[in-house]
Ligand binder design. Sequence first.
Ligand code: OOG
Ligand code: NI
Length: 458
Amino acid sequence: MTHSFTSPNAIRTRFSEAMSAMYRAEVPLYGDLLSIVSDVNAQILAEQPALAAEMASADELDRLDVERHGAIRLGTAAELSMMRRAFAVMGMYPVGYYDLSVAGVPVHSTAFRPVEDAALAANPFRVFTSLLRLELIEDTGLRAEAEAILSTRQIFTDEAVRLIEANEAQGGLDDADAERFVLALLDTFRWHGDARVDATTYDRLHGAHRLIADVVSFRGPHINHLTPRTLDIDAAQAAMQARGIDAKAVIEGPPPRAVPILLRQTSFKAIEEDVTFPGGQPGQHTARFGEIEQRGAALTPKGRALYDQLLATARGEAGSQGASYADRLATTFAAFPDTVEALRDEGLAWFRYDVTDAGQRLIATGVRPAGDIDAWLAAGYVRALPIVYEDFLPVSAAGIFQSNLGGAEQRHYAASAARAAFEAAMGGAVQDELTLYAAAEARSMMEVRKALRGVETA
Ligand code: OOG
Ligand code: NI
């Protein structure tokens, strides 16, 4: 090889920075969210030095300031397949399958994200990517029309496609090509206010579902939100309300806890944007909104089952999410253990193990401690930190879609998960997130055993 390739981590970081700058210019609210979240995070870290030290040693502090997730909605299998290949240039792979039809949203989705520990630590940029399911639209005429409209659009520039192909052929991109790729791909995520359909067609698509109008009418899958990660979503939400930002009443996900689990999110009203229909006719469309999130421990299948069960109970009892929903959620989730020790003892969360300073001192003396990880934990040679949840939650995602489509937008589709069809459209399988967490935990245990026993044992 005569030249060296730019690492996918570096390309992903460049892309996420470019996207952030673009979105800040397009949606001013996003700039406000960033400054509020950064203030809240700085305050929390100053107030809780132990948390700051723990995050630093878990390689989590540096990524916090750059951590974002975005979302796009695609119209065709060909678009999803090319998007998979584009994300691969940046070391982002599809993880998880989310069926949103159960919630009355005619899409199914995956999240493109890095999967390896080092890549996640470098920059965990994720994009929640949905594919429109036209087969769920009852009006066959409208379905055919939407299909025909989508079949003639090209959301990637020629240069982006050329560089995606070059990346596959060569196994990477050099620095100049990486730069060109980032700029070319950015164009796909940009807001294009000139609609591809006339106002009458837009209205008909909109009548079937607002989401269908959003996906079908425009030149590309404009990024619809970009979400920073806060260490305290309640504080961030309060700061927003104090600044007059119209936050969604309900925080999606689990209630506030001593040990955060999974994902808590809140979204903000979508902005009205000016659009221009062919011939110059002006109109309006709402597509883009604000969102912030707090991430906690990834749960094992047992923990996730308990979460799903408690959430269903709280939502079922609450009926509609009124003012008392937060109280009911808190009451219901009292049944979910809320200490690091209990989460570990009961096998509810995944953990990453590492050797403590005391363990390092012991190793330096040449003494090999007896027993295994539990004994070393008790003796203080090893510690266990919950692994951060890197994925999404279908019930929360459905709530976020709904709140930004407007309250009246309730449709009922026959619930029909179609993972195989999604994977066929994408041209590849989605990875199972639980397998990834289990592997990360197992790897850390192996490294700890190797360090303390001085030999590699499984
Ligand atoms: C995606 C909504 C899902 C999340 O954070 O759960 C999402 C969309 O509205 O396109 O981003
Ligand atoms: Ni989101």
